[in-house]
Design a protein around this ligand. Structure first.
Ligand code: UD1
Length: 418
């Protein structure tokens, strides 16, 4: 087990670089298995979720190599089609992308149901509905699902909710299907565009990714390519919010500001001092922060993944802020830890009311999931004294070298194996 210890109230200045996006990379690498040749990626984050994706590929006798030059190479020519074991599939949510990828590649996949952060019910009915529409047979045996088809045939698929996972998974299954697939009410997140661009580079014919209608014309062969994982917008958001509280001069590098639009608008409303360049953002804590209202929504709305992080920042804003979580049912666990640290928060169903500003005090706290953990890192950096964060394995799933990165800008932070 690992813990993180943070001594708070230190000023953090300098430059911090954002890594490749977790939610892109965990889809791109399974997508690369559809390729009939070798694929090369840059910017694949070195995080534990990617380690599990790698373990699944190795278990299937595929190849995942991270070379000294930093590039990751994926080859699937020797891959076998076998069950993905429970101990691997349940380690992360994104194991569901092996469903679409292997169904597209082998026309059959046998996999245990995915795991991931416990932030709500997180069903996969829309993924399954999509696979069935493409002609697949779906069989559930206890915690395992077997999806198979003699042939996948393009169809019109309407998603009842614009799910990120279902949109990508259906795209993966449809890329090599016969004929045309149209996904309506598709999700529009930047990670979806990143995956569609990658598939198109290999020869797929996908139009409309980033809008709510995606059209996929099936192809027989996908060839080698080189592709870059986009910068992680949630990691960027985390660093920007750290700067808004604790920095006289922080530059967050390797960002695509357009992907952060809703956050930057809200930070502007709070009064945060921001200077936005093409691929970097400068942030300071020179302004007083005002309370705001946030309602999470699908992209381009305010991301649910940033909600738990901004909650910590809102404890430092003047007045009562309101967060309304509309995507997941159980995404306020971090707030109970903030209360232990001195925050004044009322939780009422889907809404949380945060009254600030309040000083935060170090405590022994627990990360209940990945983004809750990131929010607690921010709270610990703000707090008086030395905070101990438990369950930090969650944080390491999604943040590459978080301890080194924060140390480099002046944080007093330690990762300790206990
Ligand atoms: C992805 C992200 C996660 C992010 C979320 C929303 C990955 C690996 N994870 O998760 O970080 O918080 O998008 O931006 O990229 N739903 C159904 N049926 C389904 C699928 C989803 O009812 O078949 C519901 C979910 O329970 C949830 C909502 O749709 O309430 C959004 O889920 P979805 O967009 O699918 O999120 P994930 O792919 O799980």
């Amino acid at each position: 087990m690992k813990i993180i210890k943070i001594q708070g109230k230190n000023e953090l200045n300098g430059t911090i670089k954002v890594s490749g996006a977790k939610n892109s990379a965990v889809a791109l690498i399974p997508a690369a298995l559809l390729c009939d040749e070798v694929v090369k990626f840059s910017n694949v984050p070195d995080i534990s979720d990617i380690d599990v994706i790698k373990d699944i590929i190795i278990d299937l006798k595929g190849s995942f190599r991270r070379k000294d030059d930093g590039f990751v190479y994926i080859a699937s020519n020797e891959m076998i089609n076998k069950e993905i074991p429970e101990k691997l599939a349940t380690k992360l949510r994104a194991s569901y992308y092996f469903m679409g990828a292997l169904l597209g590649k082998f026309k059959r996949v046998e996999i245990y149901l995915p795991g991931g952060c416990v932030i709500g019910a997180r069903p996969i009915d829309l993924h399954i509905k999509g696979f069935k529409k493409l002609g697949a047979k779906v069989e559930f045996v206890d915690n395992k699902v077997i999806i198979s088809a003699d042939e996948l045939i393009g169809n019109n698929i309407y998603l009842d909710f614009a799910s990120v996972g279902a949109t990508i998974n259906i795209m993966l299954a449809a890329v090599k299907a016969k004929g045309v697939t149209i996904i309506e009410n598709a999700a529009k997140e930047p990670e979806i565009v990143n995956v569609a661009n990658f598939l198109n580079l290999m020869g797929a014919k996908i139009h409309g990714a980033g809008t709510d209608t995606i059209r996929i014309k099936g192809v027989d062969y996908l060839h080698s390519c080189f592709h870059e994982v986009i910068p992680d917008r949630i990691e960027a958001a985390t660093f920007i919010m750290i700067g808004a509280c604790l920095s006289k001069d922080l530059t967050v590098e390797n960002v695509i500001p357009e992907h952060l639009h809703s956050l930057l608008k809200k930070l502007d409303e709070m009064g945060v001092d921001l200077e936005i360049e093409e691929d970097k953002i400068h942030v300071t804590n020179k302004n007083k922060l005002n309370a705001i209202r946030i309602r999470t929504d699908v992209y381009p709305g305010f991301p649910t993944d940033m909600q738990q992080i901004i909650a910590s920042l809102l404890t430092q804003a003047e007045g009562t802020s309101v967060i309304e979580e509309t995507i997941f049912e159980n995404r306020f666990q971090n707030l109970y830890e903030l209360q232990k640290m001195g925050a004044i928060i009322n939780i009422d169903g889907k809404r949380a009311y945060i009254k600030g500003p309040t000083p935060l005090y170090a405590d022994n706290i627990v990360a209940s999931d990945l983004r809750a953990g990131a929010g607690l890192v921010l709270a610990a950096l703000i707090a008086e004294g030395t905070t101990v964060i438990n369950n930090v394995e969650y944080i390491l799933r999604g943040y590459e070298n978080i301890v080194e990165k924060l140390t480099n800008i002046g944080a007093k932070i330690e990762l300790i194996e206990i």
